[in-house]
Write a new protein. Structure first.
Length: 79
């Protein structure tokens, strides 16, 4: 499941939109908080080939399948 777009709302809170139409607002700090500090969140972008959410010029990424499962199981809000 590819990530189509995102919006960094504040801190680790992201609004995520996936190719199946699912949209969720989730806190991704448990996924990347140990690898990415708040300043590095500004470097977020989507890898066009894989659909990963990447940070620090690809040094840290979240696989789309992992991100999707996390978003679905999260208690975050639908957007």
């Amino acid at each position: 499941m590819r990530l189509l777009r995102f919006n960094n709302i504040e801190g680790y809170l992201f609004d995520l939109a996936f190719e199946d139409g699912t949209e969720k607002i989730v806190d991704i700090s448990t996924l990347i908080g140990s690898k990415i500090n708040r300043d590095d969140l500004k470097s977020a972008h989507i890898d066009k080939e894989w659909g990963c959410l990447e940070f620090k010029q690809g040094m840290v990424d979240i696989e789309p399948k992992t991100l999707y499962r996390f978003a679905i199981s999260s208690s975050g809000k639908d957007s």
